[in-house]
Design a protein around this ligand. Structure first.
Ligand code: 13P
Length: 335
């Protein structure tokens, strides 16, 4: 077994998933201000450190995606953040793209940037303790989108990023996110997501990326958030499985979904059903940002010194999602 394959499997072993705590300072500021906490480096660190030292890190969280600021921060007790994460039994990872910018030639769409100087940045992150990385391509759905240009250029960037990351002995998380914004149907999401993912693998293969040493981070197949034709959770699970079965090469060891604006319970319930019906060899787990942190952030914002209360809420969500990643969650376990 290759080293990278081994690492990808370890991150997602036994129902473990990934905590996406890699919000850029801009996004984190929005999250903190929404609960009336000022977005200082100290507050950003305090919230994150509270989560990273929670007991569920050992049993439920196989990896944490960090932002550039956080990977370089130290706790009050002078522990480096990657060391704290490793000590808790999880692996530190890092977001390495520099954000989605307007795509020249199709200005309503986005292209993710960050390839220039990436090889040097990766070496630095590796030295700081990162074992895996993340790059997010983002696509919106409408009649004419995502365009061929956006699919081609984002897939190209994701593949060049992945090749550089593996060269540096880390596992790339490949995240093509088809957004849920809009009034499109679930079938439309299915069609566009399949196209996007197939294009990504075409480019990954062209760039000689070892597919056994990546983790795919896709969206689930959902109707748009403004669509009138909502579908059941069972249908979400079945369409998601069908889509991935048809578009992901079998060498890929693991798939870790993003939550993408689903509520905490919805994200857990859908993951649980995906695992109940999973007739593939892929591990199906989570790499949630909002769906792991929302309730914890709310509690913490009321009293930023309430470490125990915040960790209790976070531990519960982490545990629920670990059960869902094994198809063992049920609604009556929610409090
Ligand atoms: P959400 O689960 O909040 O969508 O965040 C996951 C992520 O990493 C987005 O890039």
């Amino acid at each position: 077994m290759s080293e990278l394959n081994n690492l990808a499997l370890k991150i997602l072993e036994k129902g473990k998933g990934i905590l996406a705590a890699d919000e850029s300072n801009g996004t984190m500021t929005k999250r903190l201000e929404s609960v009336k906490v000022s977005s200082t480096p100290e507050n950003r660190l305090l919230f994150r450190e509270t989560l990273f030292s929670a007991t569920s890190m050992t049993e439920c969280i196989g990896g944490v995606i960090l932002y550039d600021e956080t990977i370089k921060q130290e706790t009050l007790k002078k522990n480096k953040i990657p060391e704290l994460i490793l000590k808790m039994g999880s692996f530190p990872g890092i977001k390495v793209d520099t954000g989605a910018k307007i795509l020249a030639g199709s200005p309503e769409e986005k292209i993710t940037e960050g390839l220039d100087g990436l090889r040097e940045r990766l070496k630095e992150y590796f030295k700081l303790g990162a074992k895996f990385t993340k790059w997010r391509g983002v696509y919106n759905i409408s009649k004419s989108y995502p365009s061929k240009l956006s699919m081609q250029s984002n897939a190209h960037a994701l593949a060049r990023y992945s090749a550089l990351v593996q060269e540096c002995n880390m596992v790339p998380i490949v995240e093509p996110e088809v957004l849920m914004d809009g009034d499109h149907s679930a079938n439309e999401c299915y069609k566009k997501t399949s196209e996007v993912i197939k294009k990504c693998f075409e480019e990954l293969i062209l760039n000689k990326v070892d597919l056994k040493g990546i983790i795919l981070k896709p969206n689930m197949i959902l109707a748009g958030n403004k669509s009138k034709d909502k579908i059941s959770n069972e249908e979400v699970a079945k369409l998601t499985l069908q889509c991935l079965k048809n578009s992901v090469p079998s060498e890929v060891p693991g798939i870790a979904f993003l939550s993408g604006g689903q509520s905490e319970i919805e994200a857990t319930e859908n993951l649980n059903l995906i695992n109940k019906y999973n007739n593939t060899n892929f591990i199906m787990s989570f790499s949630y940002g909002r769906a792991l942190q929302q309730s914890a952030l709310k509690i913490w914002s009321k009293d930023t010194g309430n470490i125990e209360g915040t960790q209790k809420v976070f531990n519960h969500r982490a545990k629920m999602n670990t059960l869902a990643a094994q198809g063992r969650w049920s609604r009556d376990l929610e409090i």
